[in-house]
Each structure stands twice: as structure tokens, then as C-alpha cells.
Design a protein around this ligand. Structure first.
Ligand code: FE
Length: 342
């Protein structure tokens, strides 16, 4: 008798276990520092492919991180999507993420664009080159290091040192040169500023168009969006007047690159779905949409570029591991402060 009973109960137990495993809650909660209009088409595609609903909470990056921290283990957050390796590093340091073990992500995303311990991964690449007006071409700039050259006095527009993109740029320089050299460079750059830092990257391009400066450092997706928006004619003509210079191509390391990326939250109630979402965002299908909709570069190789980006041609990117940008962030901030970079 008992043999049958044991067998029967075993079958019941196993099928209960299997159904529990097979029945993931079909949702994932995404805390996103990226504009919802930009990611909506992607998330819809994900839901169509997997049946998993994505609930989005959008806010500023630092606010989302604070929110996850204050929600603690009860946080509904599964995935934090944000920009800049420096911020992802902060989230990791705050203990917000759990490592992701995924062969899909490892094969889709080059090692350079992932956290060395897999706490987060990059999902798009952003490049911060030098841009010049017709007037600025005469300086023949080819390296970030050139920006401290005294002959550029009063020529440079760049945003403030509180901006994480500039902090990450300085971190990348700290990877390439001794601290004293970078500090001297930063002082030279500050001396060459056309005005006290103000506004965002687009504002630097607008200032150049207005004749306030001839050299700008800005992320390319801002320039691309200005060039692509013919309805806003001032921005269109300001953007169209700029030439992109890919820095450090001949001598050395390449143009400074950063990422937007994501990590799975440690207390995620839907961890499996969280990994599935990030895997999807690294896939060919998502990469085409994800990078193109915001004029960024795909993180995955062999994805066709947006036509505006194709026009600027190919460039060598700094092969530095982007998690180094986060590690050096505090040093970069202090250095910029010492250099008088407002
Ligand atoms: Fe930005």
C-alpha cells in the first residue's frame, strides 16, 4: 500500500514544486532615470515577447537611488535603470544591487562596459568628444590634453564640475596620467573657459553658435538631437555648425566613453523577471531601438547606427573599464575643486 501512497505523494509534491517554479509573477518593477517616452517602445516589445508587464517609476537618478535605499527590503524595485557608470557605481557602493549571473549579458555586452563583479551592466554607450565651430577649427585640436593649451584662452564652453559627465571625463584622464598632470590640465582648462560654467551640454553648443566660444565638450547625443530637430530652427543651425573631433585617436587611448545601464535590486521581488528584462535590453532587437531613440551608441557590436551618427564616422573609444570612472569619481571631484572648476 504504502509504496503507492509514497509514490502518489511524491508525484503531488513534485508537481506542486514545479508549478510554483513555473509560475513567475508576470511583472517587473522598473525604476527608471530615463525618460519614459524613450523606453516605452522597448518595454512594450518586452511585454509582447515575454508576457511580463513592466511597471515604471520614473524620476531623477539620485532620487531613485535614495528612494530604493529608504524603502529598504520592502522596496518593490526590481531594476534600476540609469545613466553614467559613476551613478551605477554609487548604487553598487550603497549596497542596492545584487550581482547578475547571465551568459546572455556576458555575450552581448563587452567586458569594458560591465561592472567587474557583475553588479550592473551598460546598455548604451555615450561619447563625450570635443566639438568646434568654424572658428575653433584653426586650433587643430586632437586630444583632451590640448584643452589646457594657453592659446585657447577664452575659447572653451563646458558645463560645471558638479555634472557627472565631466567628473567621469576627469576620472578617465586620471586613468591615463598622474594626478598632478591632470590637475595642471584642469587648471589650464579653467583658465581657457569663455565663461563661468552654466547650463547643460546643449547650452554650450548654443553659446558657441552665439559666438561666446569656439570649443565645446559635450555628449554627442545632445548634438545629434539638435541636428535632428528641424522644427527648432535655432538648435538645428547651432548644432549643424559644429564639427565633432574624436579626441586621442592617433596618440593614445581614444574618445572618452560612458554608458547608461542597469542593475538588479538586491531586494527585488521579481528577480528572474528583472534579469530577463536586462537581458532583453542587451539583445539585438532592443539595442537597435534603445540606442537609436536617444542617439546613443549601441553597447553591442554590429548594430546599425543612426544615420546622424554614421555621418560622424568611426572612432576609437577609450578601452578603459567604465567601472573605473566610478571608482575615481571622488578623486576627480576633489581635483576639479582644487583646479577652481566651478
Ligand atoms: Fe544627458
Amino acid at each position: 500500500m504504502n509504496q503507492y501512497l509514497v509514490h502518489f505523494s511524491l508525484v503531488i509534491a513534485i508537481s506542486l514544486l514545479l508549478s510554483a517554479c513555473e509560475k513567475p509573477s508576470a511583472e517587473v518593477n522598473l525604476y527608471s532615470a530615463r525618460k519614459e517616452v524613450l523606453i516605452r517602445p522597448l518595454l512594450e516589445q518586452f511585454t509582447q515577447d515575454t508576457g511580463i508587464t513592466v511597471n515604471v517609476i520614473s524620476s531623477k537618478a539620485d532620487a531613485l537611488l535614495k528612494r530604493i535605499e529608504s524603502e529598504g527590503i520592502n522596496s518593490p524595485a526590481d531594476v534600476l535603470l540609469t545613466t553614467d557608470a559613476g551613478r551605477l557605481f554609487r548604487a553598487k557602493s550603497a549596497g542596492v544591487f545584487t550581482p547578475i549571473a547571465s551568459d546572455v549579458i556576458e555575450s552581448n555586452v563587452p567586458k569594458q562596459y560591465r561592472d567587474s563583479e557583475n553588479y550592473w551592466t551598460g546598455l548604451s554607450v555615450r561619447v563625450r568628444p570635443i566639438m568646434v565651430t568654424e572658428e575653433g577649427k584653426k586650433f587643430n585640436l586632437s586630444r583632451y590634453e590640448d584643452l589646457s593649451n594657453p592659446e585657447l584662452s577664452g575659447q572653451i564652453c563646458i558645463r560645471s564640475s558638479s555634472n557627472i559627465y565631466n567628473q567621469s571625463l576627469v576620472s578617465s584622464l586620471l586613468a591615463a596620467s598622474p594626478t598632478e598632470e591632470v590637475e595642471t590640465w584642469a587648471k589650464g582648462l579653467v583658465g581657457n573657459m569663455a565663461r563661468s560654467p552654466q547650463g547643460g551640454d546643449r547650452d554650450q553648443i548654443r553659446a558657441a553658435a552665439a559666438g561666446q566660444c569656439s570649443i565645446v565638450v559635450a555628449n554627442t547625443y545632445y548634438l545629434a538631437s539638435m541636428i535632428s530637430n528641424e522644427d527648432k530652427s535655432d538648435d538645428f543651425s547651432a548644432g549643424s555648425a559644429m564639427t565633432v573631433i574624436w579626441p586621442n585617436q592617433v596618440e593614445g587611448r581614444g574618445a572618452h566613453v560612458n554608458i547608461s545601464g542597469a542593475g538588479v535590486v538586491k531586494s527585488a521581488p521579481n528577480k528572474d523577471n528583472a534579469v530577463k528584462l536586462i537581458e532583453f535590453l542587451s539583445s539585438d532587437k532592443a539595442q537597435e531601438i534603445y540606442a537609436n531613440v536617444n542617439f546613443e551608441y549601441p553597447v553591442k557590436a554590429d548594430i546599425p547606427l543612426h544615420p546622424v551618427l554614421q555621418k560622424w564616422g568611426e572612432f576609437n573609444a577609450d578601452p578603459l573599464n567604465v567601472d573605473y570612472l566610478g571608482e575615481k569619481n571622488a578623486d576627480a571631484v576633489k581635483l576639479m575643486d582644487r583646479a577652481g572648476w566651478k
